[in-house]
Design a protein around this ligand. Sequence first.
Ligand code: AP5
Ligand code: MG
Length: 220
Amino acid sequence: MKKILIFIGPPGSGKGTQAKLLAKKYGYKHISTGDLFRALSEDETATEKEKQALEEMKSGKLVSDWLVYNLAFKEIKKNLESNVGVVLDGAIRSLEQAKEFQKFFEENNWGEEIQAIEVSLSDDESFNRLAKRRICSKCGEIIPYLSTTKDLSDCPKCDGELIYRQDDSEEIIKKRIEEQGNISLYPIVNYYKNLGSLKSVDGNQAIEIVEKQIENIVKL
Ligand code: AP5
Ligand code: MG
């Protein structure tokens, strides 16, 4: 199994849901740049420059590349050097970033360790899911909007309070899909296709089916 699993997909496609399941199953480290940014925005030791860069996130735009690389490369290195594989969730959102990550992987002799997984979903379905998504304020569990979960008020894992994410307002979801949805992903998907490292799954299936198909990909 490859040591670097890269999830690519529009907002709401299920990157976080699937990355968490996969990381837990195989003892890999789940690295979500969105989560790293949200943690940094709560961190009192964040610098002025970092705080300024994070402002972009509030309006649904991409955060500056330098901050992506600063946070993501450190986490990746720390884990791979300890022989713990990584599941990258949303860490790559432009062709420039894909090239920079590739350079970083090759410089560290990890060029053969890459499996990119595209989770495809229409922009309309992304919107529907995000508008109804809740997360646990305590453990970060992601709650889908299903008949079995829609009436929950507490987290089924830890009893924490379920809340809506700050950037899941209608206006910001639209902006995120406009800036980070399918159109922006084509060049990235093509990049990994040309490297021979890409597999795709249809994200518009039940969570367990998507999970099974991803497992079949990574076990190859
Ligand atoms: P991030 O936190 O990554 O947000 P995102 O890309 O908008 O993706 P989401 O987390 O909203 O969706 P997801 O694909 O993880 O779906 P989920 O599993 O939750 O990034 C936040 C911000 O940080 C970005 O907007 C940007 O500003 C910045 N950023 C991050 N990385 C960056 C980078 N590399 N460069 C620059 N800026 C960056 O699922 C969604 C919902 O659907 C949930 O309710 C879930 O339960 C449900 N669901 C999942 N799968 C299914 C299914 N199969 N069927 C039914 N429901 C499902
Ligand atoms: Mg996510």
